[in-house]
Structures are given as C-alpha cells and as structure tokens.
Write a protein that binds this ligand. Structure first.
Ligand SMILES: *[C@@H]1O[C@H](CO)[C@@H](O)[C@H](O)[C@H]1NC(C)=O
Ligand SMILES: *[C@@H]1O[C@H](CO)[C@@H](O)[C@H](O)[C@H]1NC(C)=O
Length: 205
C-alpha cells in the first residue's frame, strides 16, 4: 500500500487518483516496478531487468548518461509497459532500445512522448501493437528529425500497426497522419506544376 503511494507520489505531474492507484495495484508486482522517474546511470541499476511486464514512468533526457546499447541491455526483456515513456532532448538517432516493446497501457496519461530529439530520424517501434489509455494524446512526436514529418509513411505505419482509428494517434509535430499526407500531396502537386511551367517556358523560348 505504502509502496504504491510512494511510487505514485513521485509522479508529480501525473494524477494520483484512486483510479491510477487501482490500475497499478492490480497489475504491478513490486519487484517489477521501477520507482525513479528519471533514468540515468544510477537509477537504471534499479530497473527490473528480468521482468517482461514492467511498471514504470520512464523519462530519458539529456541528463540520462547512458548509451543506446546500455539502455537496450536493460530493456531487453520488457514486452509490456504499464506506465509511460518520455524521450526528450536526446541525441539518439533511433529508439532501438525500445524495439522489443509490444504493449503500453496506462490510465489517463500521455503514453508515449518523443520530444525534441533532433537526430531522431528513425522513431519506429517495430513490435508495438497496442497502446491503451483514456488520454487522447496517446503518442506524440514533436520536434524530432524533420524526416519524420516529411514522410507520411512513418506516421501511417505506426497508425496501422496499432490499428488506431483516432485521428490524433500518433501525431507528428501536432499533425495527424492524414494532415501529413495532405501536405505531402499538395507539395507534390506544386512540384509537378512547377515542372510543367518550366517545360512550357523552355518550349516557348
Ligand atoms: C529503425 O529502428 C528500428 C529499431 O528501433 C530497427 O529495427 C530498424 O531496422 C531501423 N530502421 C532503419 C531504416 O534503420
Ligand atoms: C482494428 O480495429 C477495428 C475497429 O476498431 C476492429 O474491428 C478490428 O478487429 C481491429 N483489428 C485488430 C487486428 O485488432
């Protein structure tokens, strides 16, 4: 009981409602729960490395002094996460340390936030099949490498693998997959128009 209140009270920006409490209590084994929120070389030593279902709110940021390979090693057995993942202000080019993750579930909090990682050109989650929460901002990519916004297939493939029907899950720089696709096709149309115009001008003169 005290354990769960301690765990939840650490999550300052997140609610510690009765609902949250029940959610974790019914799913989380205390030996598969990571208490610290911020991941670094010190707190990671508490990570329940042998558990396939882990309860944790994970924050990895510019002060997380761990390499991708170190993280991958700690997260290698984690298939289900009850909680959330936030990756913010890092230089990681991919999220391969989360590539085994299949399910993320939580009560109303944003589940996945991938924010301001300028080198992150590959933000795929190859095994992720299910994300579930009452929060409508389930999966947010914001301010990462610009290719994520350029290629609508990134957004669409995540949406497809999650079988998501929500327009805003996932979202990339505030845009839904449909909006990214529309922007792409109108760019293409402008491109085609330019080529046609230039060809005509060249033919005329
Ligand atoms: C992108 O990252 C995933 C792991 O997160 C990896 O499986 C995949 O091969 C990478 N794709 C490319 C094109 O590098
Ligand atoms: C995908 O979602 C639709 C509608 O929400 C549902 O009918 C279908 O069974 C789902 N498919 C899978 C593979 O979960």
């Amino acid at each position: 009981m005290i354990f769960w209140y301690n765990f939840l009270s650490l999550l300052i920006p997140l609610t510690t409602s009765e609902e949250t409490f029940e959610f974790f209590k019914s799913r989380c084994d205390s030996k598969c729960t990571l208490q610290p929120y911020h991941i670094d070389s010190e707190s990671i030593s508490l990570f329940p490395i042998d558990c396939s279902s882990v309860c944790a709110y994970i924050l990895i940021d510019q002060n997380s002094d761990l390499t991708e390979n170190q993280l991958k090693n700690y997260f290698r057995n984690m298939r289900t996460l009850y909680g959330s993942v936030k990756i913010k202000d890092t230089n990681f080019p991919s999220l391969n340390f989360l590539s085994r993750l299949e399910t993320i579930e939580c009560v109303p909090v944003q589940l996945i936030g991938i924010i301001n990682n300028p080198n992150l050109a590959n933000a795929t989650f190859p095994k992720l099949k299910k994300i579930q929460s009452d929060n409508k901002f389930l999966m947010i990519f914001q301010g990462n490498h610009p290719v994520l916004l350029k290629d609508p297939n990134f957004c669409k493939s995540i949406k497809k693998q999650l079988n998501s029907t929500e327009w805003h899950a996932p979202s990339v720089d505030g845009k839904s997959c449909e909006e990214i696709e529309d922007a792409q096709s109108s760019n293409n149309q402008i491109g085609v128009l330019l080529v046609v115009m230039i060809t005509m001008i060249l033919l005329v003169f």
